[in-house]
Design a protein. Structure first.
Length: 266
């Protein structure tokens, strides 16, 4: 397979690491990790279809097919896949469809289709869709910031202002593009069937499951389910962070990731 996505690669060394970004970001959420990992590992990051410098979809597609194409183009038979938020779902879809390509997984605030989030979050997502349909990007941006950056038990004043401003900038680029796609209805990401939710016990791959203590309601439930049902999973709850915990707690995240990667080399 050959990918048409925007891909960046650096460094050398094993295990190779592929960084997959959250649905409110693009490859730039991994700026710090991409640079640091390249000192010891082959590291790849890319913009998921419809994000960053990658093209919008023209038909229905599977995100895991795109990820496999990224691996192919990078010449990687296997890699450690690091996925945040929606990208956790992409990583899990890859693990159940092509387990031989996945050396290990790091699931950061991972989505898990079929496992509902809290009612307030679902209402917020509905409100975001309504705002985008109405062309109110500012309202849609604030809804996203409320749930995914501020999180539970915090208001904006308790969040690092630079983190909030950075994510707001990404959303100002992303949301108009999403609104245009909704109107054009050119194609959507499809889910692997049966849902990964019902196949977790079949996944025999080392996994580090991370969730921020302030993440949106329901994300902790997903993390605990992943830790309980994946056959080789370890879960860590990270203090002082919501959904994008690598941005809020970069040193803590780096330590957890480095320790996990080192354990694979033994």
């Amino acid at each position: 397979m050959t990918t048409d996505l925007h891909v960046e690669s650096a460094g050398d060394g094993s295990p190779a690491v592929v960084l997959v970004h959250a649905g409110i970001a693009d490859r730039r959420m991994w700026d710090r990790e991409f640079t640091a990992l390249a000192n010891r590992h082959r590291v790849v990051r890319y913009d998921v279809r419809g994000f960053g410098r990658s093209p919008d979809p023209t038909r229905d597609y599977f995100d895991h097919d795109d990820l496999l194409a990224v691996l192919d183009d990078a010449g990687l038979e296997r890699a450690v896949l690091v996925g945040a938020s929606n990208a956790g779902r992409i990583v899990l879809d890859t693990a159940v469809t092509a387990p031989q390509r996945v050396q290990a997984m790091v699931l950061v605030g991972s989505a898990l289709p079929g496992v509902p989030l809290g009612d307030d979050v679902l209402a917020g997502l509905d409100a975001e869709g309504e705002a985008l349909t109405a062309g109110d990007v500012a309202r849609a941006r604030e809804i996203n910031l409320r749930w995914w950056v501020d999180g539970v038990g915090r208001d904006p004043s308790q969040v690092d202002a630079n983190v909030r401003a950075t994510v707001a900038g990404w959303l100002d680029e992303l949301l108009p593009r999403q609104a245009a796609r909704m109107e054009a209805a050119q194609g959507d990401a499809q889910l692997v069937q049966p849902l990964v939710r019902d196949r977790l016990a079949d996944v025999d791959i080392p996994a580090l499951v991370l969730v921020g203590r302030h993440d949106a309601p329901g994300m902790d439930v997903i993390a605990r389910r992943l830790a309980a049902e994946l056959r080789q999973a370890h879960m860590v709850e990270v203090d002082g962070a919501a959904h994008l915990l690598n941005l809020e707690q970069p040193e803590r995240f780096a330590g957890l990731l480095d320790g996990f990667l080192a354990s694979l080399e033994v």
